[in-house]
Design a protein around this ligand. Structure first.
Ligand code: NDP
Ligand code: GDP
Length: 345
């Protein structure tokens, strides 16, 4: 039987690496795209030991000719569009670039599919950030969007245009509305990996403390390895659709960092009053975690919790890794990297 061909944009990112690993195990031929620059960001594929099994092609989301060239060359059965300027904070600094990549980038791919071959299946990496201003209830596919950043607003466009190309042109196009998912391969800008990597550096004596923004923000954090399984399942279903992937449990940044510090071996105790609390290590009396206003956002999302019932019902998907295990996996990985001096990625 002919191998299925998958095109994964953003293969150098966290989800790209895990999805590529999954697709390889499923017997796909994989083409992954990277951005051409002076240095290549291949450490995740190397860490999973799959770099040699993937064909890499350069693709910039802002260049429609790049997208057309790649699709015509490899004739994919499935396209997974994971590429994006994915950091919310940066989207406030570079809003126009973010919209170009995260909103119009999606349309460029969909237009290319429409013009070249409408039978290519398409997955769009949408985000729970689209729900935005938090209500303390579980959010699902029917919940209202109130995006709170240029990133989230661009993702709403990406989601809506995906739905539109499905309805207007009959393209098998899915939008996965994924709540935060983390792993040892998460970028160090994101709060979970920032916490685990910095704590490991403090323990190794290379950093003094961890500075955070709003540590009362709450997220529904799952494990990226589980979530890419859900992405693949959406694309194998008999009908295209939109699905929330989430754990249904939410925790604060403070809870994440407290647990991470405990697993790392600190004897942490919080002092002071909200919102100026700080954490010290009881053994050394040194400050380990403190607030830095530079990490606050012009508008933030304070609470996100998802309801993945639809994915469970129609795709048979549910997350396996629990919050405590996720924190442990990330701490242990950064501890190990720190011991061999390879922490900063
Ligand atoms: P990463 O930031 O780890 O990876 C993003 C990828 O996109 C990288 O490969 C990056 O390349 C590439 N990229 C960025 N800009 C461009 C561009 N202009 N042209 C081409 N490629 C580009 O993100 P994740 O793997 O965590 O997330 C994957 C997708 O899922 C993203 O779209 C993200 O917004 C979305 N998402 C992620 C969630 C999460 O919790 N992880 C939650 C919900 C949605 P380079 O290596 O060169 O930077
Ligand atoms: P996001 O949900 O995609 O924005 O993922 P992040 O990991 O970047 O942020 C999750 C939450 O943690 C947000 O509400 C941030 O405001 C909050 N947060 C608090 N301190 C920090 C920090 O130092 N860095 C980041 N990235 N987020 C922080």
């Amino acid at each position: 039987m002919k191998k299925k061909i998958a095109l994964v944009t953003g293969i150098t990112g966290q989800d790209g690496a895990y999805l590529a690993n999954l697709l390889l195990n499923k017997g796909y031929k994989i083409y992954g795209t990277y951005r051409r620059s002076s240095s290549l960001n291949l450490w995740r594929l190397e860490e999973l030991g799959i770099l040699e099994s993937i064909e890499l092609l350069s693709l910039e989301l802002l260049e429609k000719s790049n997208i057309e060239r790649v699709i015509k060359l490899i004739k994919p059965d499935e396209i997974y569009n994971l590429a994006a300027q994915s950091f919310v904070s940066l989207s406030f600094e570079n809003p126009i670039y973010t919209a170009q990549a995260d909103a119009l980038g999606v349309l460029r791919i969909l237009e290319s599919i429409r013009m070249i071959d409408k039978t290519i299946k398409f997955y769009q990496a949408s985000s729970s950030e689209m729900f935005g201003e938090g209500v303390s209830k579980k959010l699902n596919e029917e919940s209202r969007f109130h995006p709170r950043s240029p990133y989230a607003i661009s993702k709403v466009f990406g989601h809506n245009i995906t739905v539109n190309y499905r309805e207007a042109y009959g393209i098998f196009a899915c939008s996965g509305i994924l709540f935060n998912h983390e792993s040892p391969l998460r970028g160090t800008e994101f709060v979970t990996r920032k916490i685990t990597s910095t704590l490991a550096e403090i323990q190794a004596g290379r950093k003094k403390f961890l500075e955070l923004g709003n540590y009362y923000a709450r997220r529904d954090w799952g494990y990226a390895g589980d979530f890419v399984e859900g992405i693949w399942k959406m694309m194998q279903n008999n009908k295209p659709g939109d699905y929330v992937l989430a754990t249904g449990e939410e925790h604060s940044v403070k809870e994440f960092s407290t647990l991470a510090a405990k697993i790392m071996g600190f004897n942490l105790v919080w002092k002071g009053l909200k919102p100026n609390e700080y954490a010290i290590d009881k053994n050394t009396k040194k400050i380990i975690i403190k607030k830095n206003n530079d990490y606050f956002r012009p508008s933030d999302v304070l609470f996100l919790k998802g309801d993945a019932k639809k994915a469970k019902k129609y795709l048979g998907w549910k997350p396996k890794v629990k919050f405590k295990d996720l924190v442990k996996i990330m701490v242990e990985s950064d501890k190990k990297r720190s011991l061999i001096g390879k922490i900063i990625q």
